[in-house]
Design a protein. Structure first.
Ligand code: GRF
Length: 218
């Protein structure tokens, strides 16, 4: 089995990137993290990737001013150089244009710290607490041009506690993120995810156990 070549795009600390790198250390994992790209030269995740001997590139959006097309051409060049099959966004804080997204249709994944379609955008944990939801979590989805939309590949949930703080809740959700992202990438790399009518079918089934993590009795 040839392992898919994966690039992870980050802007910050890269804990989800690290979870993907860790999972891919297993030779039986169907994907290999061959490149980490950051749009910020100071992203902490770059050092983590380098320590694991993974190639890193910085494509600094500030150098391109308002020219998004030029920024994305530079991104594409880095991805092409490393013959990337699948791209994982992991805390990558730049919006990508429809042009870029369409070129990577069903090969571009993102992780969002909420149970989409609830709480798109930023400050998801704060907003979940304010809304008083009892279940919160994280979603891995294929990226489409519209932000935080696109077919859901995997989701994981946590219970929201009465005395939760934003920090405590975000930490528990992050733990879920680190489990579902490697799971979702595995499913995609194995070619087990098919998109039909805007929904992911996994092994031909709409809601397989392999794509969900439900709250433990905590
Ligand atoms: C994560 O919460 C992810 O869901 C969101 O940005 C955060 C990135 O964290 N998109 P890290 O850099 O992976 O630690």
């Amino acid at each position: 089995m040839s392992r898919k070549h994966v690039a992870v795009l980050i802007s910050g600390r890269g804990s989800n990137m690290a979870a993907l790198i860790e999972a891919a250390k297993d030779k039986n994992y169907p994907a290999e993290i061959v490149l980490v790209v950051s749009n910020r030269p100071d992203a902490g995740g770059l050092l983590v990737a380098q320590a694991d001997g993974i190639a890193t590139e910085v494509v600094d959006h500030l150098k391109f001013g308002k020219d998004r097309a030029a920024f994305e051409r530079a991104l594409q060049a880095a991805l092409a150089k490393h013959r990337i099959d699948i791209v994982c966004l992991a805390g990558f804080m730049r919006l990508l244009t429809a042009d870029f997204v369409n070129q990577w249709q069903n090969r571009l994944l993102n992780i969002h710290p909420a149970l989409l379609p609830a709480f798109k955008g930023l400050d998801t944990h704060k907003r979940a607490l304010e809304a008083g939801v009892k279940i919160h979590g994280a979603t891995v989805h294929f990226v489409v041009a519209e932000m935080d939309s696109g077919p859901v590949i995997a989701q994981g949930a946590v219970s929201v506690r009465d005395d939760d703080t934003e920090a405590a809740l975000s930490l528990r959700v992050l733990g879920v993120e680190h489990r579902i992202y490697p799971l979702a990438l595995k499913l995609v790399a194995e070619g087990r995810v098919r998109v039909m009518d805007g929904r992911c079918l996994i092994d031909g089934v709409p809601v397989p156990d392999s794509a969900q993590l439900v709250p433990a009795a905590d």
